[in-house]
Design a protein around this ligand. Sequence first.
Ligand code: 2AL
Length: 252
Amino acid sequence: MHIRVINPNTTADMTATIGEAARDIAAPGTRITATQPAHGPVSIESHFDEAISAVGVLEEVLAGERERVDAYVIACFGDPGLQAARELTRAPVVGIAEAAFHMASLISTRFSIVTTLGRTGIIAEHLLDQYGFRHHCRRVRAAEIPVLDLEENADAALDRVIAECRRAKEEDNIGAIVLGCGGMAKLTGQIRDAVGLPVVEGVTAAVKLAEALAGLGLETSKYGDLAFPRPKPFSGRYEHLSHLDLQDGSKG
Ligand code: 2AL
């Protein structure tokens, strides 16, 4: 089974971190390949960053289709391009926010999310509403660290995330913490040990869900809105997306 983990930002060090976390948790028969878009923001911490990154995610899925990838993980906590990615493939596509919400709701009745910058909290709030997890989440919290601090100032960033998780445990009346950034993928164990609550991290959760879906032979439905997009001309810089013939590139 080949799972393609797409880091939607263009920071290679973060892609490597995410790939390592995915490989550490994957089943013995699972092959993990971690990629990132060729173009786009180095980190995703605004609606603007997210919108641009979604195009890069979709181009990575199109590349994966040529390699006949079995399942995809979108490894940014805003799940950029998730439904559009599903349109492009029969393979399961799992976003790390949705994976984490599902997993956390299976082991607790209430969780809090601890993300990076406060301004990105609204992205998680929107996803909670969209996915129907609003009542499972007590609070979206922020450690107030830029995403790239998780790579460049790792020790200080970890301290801040742990401090915010401890506040969540004391104040939010929760059973679990959800980590709100793909860059936190390798911190789960340290945070769980320091905080003393179950900690659900999206990259690892998504890899296990992707393995489960692909293992069950469950494909993305091609009935209804997730059907392949109608082929049509695209102009300008997106001309290469004209008349996509996705049926042929898929597993069929
Ligand atoms: C993210 C994430 O997971 N990766 C990234 O670049 N930005 N989202 C976040 N809330 O920190």
